[in-house]
Design a protein around this ligand. Structure first.
Ligand code: ADP
Ligand code: MG
Length: 266
């Protein structure tokens, strides 16, 4: 039985290899429709509305994003693809509250991030969204458990609770036996799992992943995207994932958003 099944899953249902990269059979999920074409009463958990981001560098202006409207529903796994320089990281940084649009709005749970003060924005980054990156960005002198506990400390959790919750998170990403390892004592795939545990420490509803498989071999990349799929299906996490790998994205994501020259291509 197992041999004829792939890793592909549809909202908790194992998807036979035949259907990989296609819409889940019997499902109403769509992979390619832009948000504007979705039913009006389905509200995105996180979205951009007509967002433009212009970087000013002395006399030069770079329009990294131009009137981008996109979003993801709760419990949806959205892959973002596009060539280098098409604005993917700029988009993720805006969704993650690391940056603000030049024009337009980013909304979380129906509310604009525009009016948020610096302090409120820091709270948003801590509790509403988690981010992971290609280079893992772990603190090299700290163990896996310490890296996760630090995020929990910023989230206001006390000592004993921090320890228990960090262990639970690392167990959840399959690293129960690697808690006391430092990043240099972990493989790339393991480091990215620590980064996921850390990003999810304070129970955000959204995970933003900017090319998280960029430094991983194809087996590890596959495992990582499968882990995220499981988190979407089991925990109703919302995932926005930037990846170059079209086949992987098609295997695991519910929908692919394609970007070109700072715009979402329909
Ligand atoms: P991607 O992640 O798709 O490769 P980016 O969002 O990083 O694309 O970049 C989009 C465009 O914006 C590129 O032309 C890039 O050179 C430019 N850009 C990105 N960040 C900055 C910045 N901080 N200052 C100036 N230009 C930038
Ligand atoms: Mg990028």
């Amino acid at each position: 039985m197992k041999s004829v099944l792939s890793f592909g899953e549809c909202r908790g249902r194992i998807l036979p290899r035949l259907f990989r990269g296609r819409t889940c059979p019997g499902s109403t999920m769509r992979r390619t429709s832009p948000p504007s074409k979705r039913s009006e009463n389905v509200m995105s958990l996180i979205e951009t509305h007509e967002v433009t981001r212009v970087y000013e560098m002395g006399p030069t202006r770079v329009t990294a994003l131009e009137r981008v409207t996109m979003g993801a529903n709760e419990g949806e796994y959205v892959a973002i693809q596009g060539t280098s320089g098409s604005g993917k990281s700029t988009l993720l940084n805006l969704l993650g509250g690391l940056d603000r649009p030049t024009i337009g709005e980013v909304l979380f749970d129906g509310k604009s991030l525009g009016p948020l003060t610096k302090k409120q924005m820091a709270r948003y980054r801590r509790f509403s969204v988690g981010m992971i990156f290609q280079n893992f960005n772990l603190i090299p002198t700290m163990t896996a458990a310490e890296n996760v506990r630090l995020a929990l400390a910023f989230g206001g959790l006390r000592g004993v609770e921090r320890k228990t919750r960090a262990e639970g998170l690392l167990d959840r990403v399959g690293l129960a036996d690697r808690m006391e390892h430092r990043p240099s004592e972990l493989s790339g795939g393991e480091q990215q799992r620590v980064a996921i545990a850390r990003a999810l420490a304070n129970r955000p509803r959204v995970l933003l992943a900017d090319e998280p498989t960029g430094n991983l071999d194809s087996t590890r990349a596959h495992e990582l995207l499968a882990l995220l799929r499981e988190m979407v299906d089991r925990d109703r996490l919302t995932v926005l994932l930037v990846t170059h790998d079209r086949e992987l994205a098609a295997s695991f994501a519910d929908r692919i958003v394609l970007m070109k020259d700072g715009k979402v291509v329909d």
